[in-house]
Ligand binder design. Structure first.
Ligand SMILES: Cc1cc2nc3c(=O)[nH]c(=O)nc-3n(C[C@H](O)[C@H](O)[C@H](O)COP(=O)(O)OP(=O)(O)OC[C@H]3O[C@@H](n4cnc5c(N)ncnc54)[C@H](O)[C@@H]3O)c2cc1C
Length: 404
């Protein structure tokens, strides 16, 4: 008799698991509450899908026990990932910082080819079908869907996390896990924009290539460099997404946070002061803002001018120049909040890894119950690492759930 399995969630992880389990001869049913398969995949990488990264390292992964990812990412590494997608017909090409994208630069190609392979293997999809609950008796598992009870031998919970509910995210997976005694590590948004106390409307829209340092209760916690975008609510951009996990975690425990932004990391303090002194030779009575214009963004120049006591660049004495250098290299902002799960790309926290077998993705508390992807207490840096975890854990779960 064939092994009848149910996968809850037709996202990145569920689709790979469905393919692998079906290749092993299992009869696979996939339940998805959205009206579309792979809705979140379509939104990834700004519609281009950053599938994975050339350099998949343990240090890119986070959670209560990051080493939980080791068996899955050692088995399904960047080259196995490339080979898996090549077999489906997807050629991956490298972008910046080792990021790999489909050559078509269309996330839809990834979804279409995954779905084609699923259908070729007779995987059955049930769309607009929300699984409400799961129970277990001596005959197997029952999925409770729209007042009906569906019997299966094994279940994979691939329901994702809480990030971007418009794409289908919800807390179902955590509720299913709790039924069987699993605990949930408190969740918080990651890869998310930050809300600041200061009024940044005057510099909203200004983007710099800067560096940023995070301080929690006065102690430095982390730093990043790259794009920093000032917005009317706070800060966004790649450097902000990179620090957001640490910030969001500190906010969860209500710790006082501030950040310092270096607008000109390419200059040391001394170099910058010398440069400004040189520029002063041609100040010709210009206001500080106009004098800085052409060197930094004009909106930033006007914003910074307000923090100085002099208005004319001719009047900047040594003390004022030192202050100006400090400001340019230490824009200090107090972080109040994140933009939350509504706009976050990823969920940190989730089903506690201590009760999941990292080799098989099977629950240690309930045989036949498996977990994969973002629902687990694993999240990663920006750069293809989150999707890689979804594919790799889906591969591991699919291989093991698919065994008769
Ligand atoms: C805008 C955006 C861009 C991103 N870009 C990238 C990127 O370029 N590279 C990268 O590595 N990562 C990226 N990520 C993160 C990455 O998309 C996720 O980590 C990954 O998709 C998680 O896969 P998953 O299968 O675990 O969950 P999901 O892909 O979220 O799939 C879970 C599915 O389960 C369904 N579901 C939930 N509950 C139920 C239920 N009770 N019944 C039925 N169905 C249910 C949901 O509708 C959903 O379709 C991005 C995320 C976002 C939001």
């Amino acid at each position: 008799m064939s092994n009848k399995i149910a996968i809850i969630g037709a996202g990145a992880s569920g689709l790979v698991a469905a393919i692998v389990a079906a290749r092993r001869g299992a009869k696979v049913h996939v339940y998805e509450k959205n009206n579309k398969i792979g809705k979140k995949i379509l939104a990834t990488g700004n519609g281009r899908c950053n599938v994975t990264n050339q350099h998949i390292e343990l240090s890119n992964y986070h959670g209560s026990k990051p080493s939980f990812v080791n068996p899955a990412i050692n088995h399904f590494n960047a080259s196995t990932c490339k080979a898996f997608f090549a077999e489906l017909g997807v050629e991956l090409v490298e972008g910046q910082r080792g990021r790999l994208y489909p050559r078509s630069l269309q996330s839809s190609s990834i979804v279409e080819l995954l779905v084609y392979e699923c259908k070729r293997l007779h995987v059955e999809f049930f769309l607009e079908t929300k699984v409400e609950s799961i129970s277990k008796n001596s005959k197997g598992f029952s999925l409770h869907v729209e007042g009906k009870s569906l019997r299966v031998d094994k279940v994979l919970v691939a329901t994702g996390g809480l990030a971007m509910p418009t794409l289908g995210s919800c807390d179902s997976g955590y509720e299913f896990a709790k039924i069987f005694g699993h605990t949930i590590v408190p969740t918080h948004p990651s890869l998310v924009q930050l809300v600041c106390k200061e009024d940044l409307k005057p510099i909203s829209g200004v983007k710099v290539e800067g560096s940023i340092e995070v301080y929690e209760d006065g102690q430095t916690k982390t730093h990043a460099s790259g794009d920093i975008l000032f917005t009317n609510y706070g800060i966004s951009g790649s450097a902000i997404l990179d620090i957001s996990r640490v910030v969001s975690h500190s906010l969860l425990y209500k710790r006082a946070l501030h950040v310092k932004i270096d607008l000109l990391p390419e200059y040391s303090k001394e170099q910058l002061k010398n440069l400004l002194k040189k520029r002063q030779k041609h100040s010709n009575g210009k206001s500080v803002a106009l004098w800085l214009d052409g060197f930094i963004n004009s909106k930033l120049a006007r914003f910074i001018e307000k923090s100085l006591h002099v208005k004319s660049s001719d009047d900047l004495n040594n003390k004022e120049l030192t202050k100006l250098v400090y400001i340019l290299k230490n824009i200090t902002l107090h972080v109040d909040d994140t933009k939350g799960f509504k706009t976050a790309e990823v969920t940190a926290g989730g089903v506690n890894t201590q009760d999941i077998n990292s080799q098989t993705m099977e629950s240690k508390l309930q045989r036949g119950l498996f977990f994969s992807g973002e629902v687990i207490d694993i999240d990663a840096d920006c750069g293809g690492y989150n999707l890689h975890w979804a594919w790799a854990s889906g591969m591991s779960a699919g291989n093991n759930i698919g065994q008769g």
